[in-house]
Write a protein that binds this ligand. Structure first.
Ligand code: PMP
Length: 433
């Protein structure tokens, strides 16, 4: 274990702090749903890396594709198109509803939303971008301006024309019907009335996740997304769907927006499409492509349409379709959800459970009568879980209890879900007694 003796002094000396404290755990190997630390201890990975390793770590077929392309066709000048890039675009078009069929490929989620926002502005000739008040779309200047759940300290103003819309957070929304249920219709009308009052008449797009992940696993109620799409249409705005975390099967559908029959104007994919490698996509319609072209849209970054990562993306789509991982995510998701509901009956501090498929969140409260947010308690349980062999992260917004985000890979087995639930149970018991 020489590495452990010298690891932290070297890490602390040479790595810049970028805003989040480093995990004390040193991982030396990642395979499937398992991580191994420097002492050889096995840890279940219920975060899929940074919510990206959709098929588990080092899936053999992904390893094979990477080896092949790194040895044969790694990277070219950005305007040279290769077969894996065409294949990935074709596969996406086949999986997506018409008229979504024109794609290009880049590296990260931030880059995909940055590009989508730029396209919406150029196509509409307008500049105002609306996003949910608990959104996460990245941390570059444009994507970061549309992000309200983290990192707004940019050393200066955000992009002009950025507007926030109340996120669909039914658990704590003040909008309630007489029977106590979430009155999302009134909240939605209120949200639009605020947007219409603040807008200077230049609404270009609404950018949203179909289930807000980093914002606390907020799944909009049934009917919400179609209503939002109609409101955007009424105002001549484009709807940008950011499926960085929800896309490619995780929620039980290939794309989470399909659940409600909504078709976005622009779709951004990233994390899950690359299965742990840096790959993102932007897909739109021929009409918007044309509008962007006429307005002079330019995206010619170094890794535009890279063959190696595109080949990985094409393989990910092939595997998810071929091995029926949407269905498997739905099945394992139901199992996970049922187990979490049992835990909720056992531990008073689990205030709410939400999400779909293999993207589930449990909100921790400090007081069951007042529902006061229980961020410290949540943090303690997540640290206990890590000690007990389960990695699951916690997302925290002001006024929200710590929300455990459980997003295991779609390859997770029935036994691994049971094991994860057992460790969570053990961890809650340890912290609460
Ligand atoms: N969109 C969503 C929905 C995300 O969750 C993230 C990453 N957390 C991003 C965009 C940004 O992606 P990246 O970190 O790859 O830039």
């Amino acid at each position: 274990l020489d590495v452990v003796d010298t690891f932290w002094p070297r890490a602390n000396r040479y790595l810049m702090y970028t805003g989040v404290p480093a995990s004390p755990v040193i991982i030396t190997k990642a395979q499937g749903t398992k991580l191994q630390d420097a002492s050889g201890r096995q840890i279940l990975d219920f975060t899929s890396g940074q919510m990206s390793s959709l098929l588990g770590h080092s899936h053999p077929e992904i390893v094979e594709v990477v080896s092949k392309y790194v040895g044969e066709l790694d990277h070219l000048i950005s305007n040279m198109i290769t077969e894996p890039v065409v294949e990935l675009a074709e596969r996406l078009a086949r999986l997506l509803p018409a008229p979504l069929e024109k794609s290009f490929f880049l590296n990260t989620g931030s880059e995909s939303t940055e590009a989508a926002i730029k396209m919406a502005k150029l196509h509409t000739g307008k500049f105002e971008i609306v996003a949910f008040s608990a959104s996460y779309h990245g941390l570059t200047q444009g994507s970061g301006s549309a992000t309200y759940s983290a990192g707004r300290k940019n050393g200066g103003p955000t992009m002009p024309g950025q507007l926030a819309f109340p996120a669909p957070y039914g658990y704590r929304s003040p909008f309630k019907k007489a029977d106590g249920s979430y009155d999302w219709e009134t909240e939605l009308e209120f949200g639009w009335s605020m947007i219409d009052r603040q807008s200077v008449g230049s609404l270009a797009a609404f950018i949203m996740e179909p289930i807000l992940s980093t914002g606390g696993i907020l799944e909009p109620p049934k009917g919400y997304l179609p209503r939002m799409a109609a409101e955007c249409k009424k105002r001549g705005m484009l709807l940008i769907m950011d499926e960085a975390q929800t896309g490619v099967g995780r929620t039980g559908e290939m794309f989470a927006f399909e659940n409600e029959g909504v078709v976005p104007d622009i779709l951004a994919l990233s994390k899950t499409l690359g299965c742990g490698l840096p790959l993102a996509s932007v897909t739109t319609t021929a009409e918007i492509e044309n509008g962007c072209k006429e307005a002079g849209f330019l995206w010619l970054t170094t890794h535009l349409n890279d063959p190696l990562t595109a080949a990985v993306g094409a393989k990910v789509l092939e595997i998810v379709e071929r091995d029926n991982y949407c269905q498997k995510a739905a099945d394992r998701g139901r199992q996970l959800r049922a187990g979490l509901e049992k835990l909720q009956n056992k531990y008073w501090c689990i205030g709410d459970i939400r999400g779909r498929g293999l993207l589930q969140g449990i909100e921790i409260i400090a007081d069951s009568a007042t529902k006061a947010p229980g961020s410290d308690l949540g943090q303690a349980v997540s640290e206990a879980a890590m000690r007990n062999g389960l990695s699951c992260n916690i997302v925290n917004l002001p006024g929200m209890g710590g929300v455990f985000r459980l997003a295991p890979p779609v390859t997770v087995t029935e036994e691994e879900i049971e094991e994860g639930l057992r460790i969570l149970d053990e961890s809650f018991a340890q912290v609460l007694t």
